[in-house]
Ligand binder design. Sequence first.
Ligand code: COA
Length: 142
Amino acid sequence: MIIDLDIKNSHYIEELEEKFPNIFSKFGIKNDFSNNPYTKYLVYLIDNHVVGFLNYYLIYDRIEIVEFNVLDFFQNKHIGSKLLEELIKLAVSKKLKNITLEVRVDNLKAIYIYKKYGFKEVSIRKKYYNDVDGILMEKELM
Ligand SMILES: CC(C)(COP(=O)(O)OP(=O)(O)OC[C@H]1O[C@@H](n2cnc3c(N)ncnc32)[C@H](O)[C@@H]1OP(=O)(O)O)[C@@H](O)C(=O)NCCC(=O)NCCS
């Protein structure tokens, strides 16, 4: 089951922060909701527990994917694919122009999944991840 996270949902917010400490030690989700009117989270639940999420910014007529993660134990079970499908469905229903993201050049699995869903490589961002280049990818919707 995929939910659209709400700031009032403290239970899932705490679980997300606990299960993905590398990401959320940098910023808290409630803080993100309070300071960033564009931020949104799709959260994948199994038996009412968080196993993955996709954080994106909905900026007027486009979407930027910010974080996209599935717990190690649950990877390669198409949970990431389902989260991405949900995001694309949402973007199409809102008649948005595009979805963009940056990915490390060496993250072959993520690049594979994005391409599977029609994202194209637009440009290389030199040293975007400290010493590793990033690829700007885009899925055009219109
Ligand atoms: C990227 C991520 C969210 C994908 O989630 P997931 O649930 O594991 O992905 P899925 O199970 O939906 O899809 C896996 C697909 O990748 C393929 N795959 C697995 N390892 C691969 C590799 N090393 N290279 C290429 N493809 C690979 C699988 O065969 C599968 O293909 P299929 O859909 O044709 O069957 C997850 O791996 C993750 O959290 N990674 C760490 C964080 C990260 O890199 N996030 C992306 C940042 S841009």
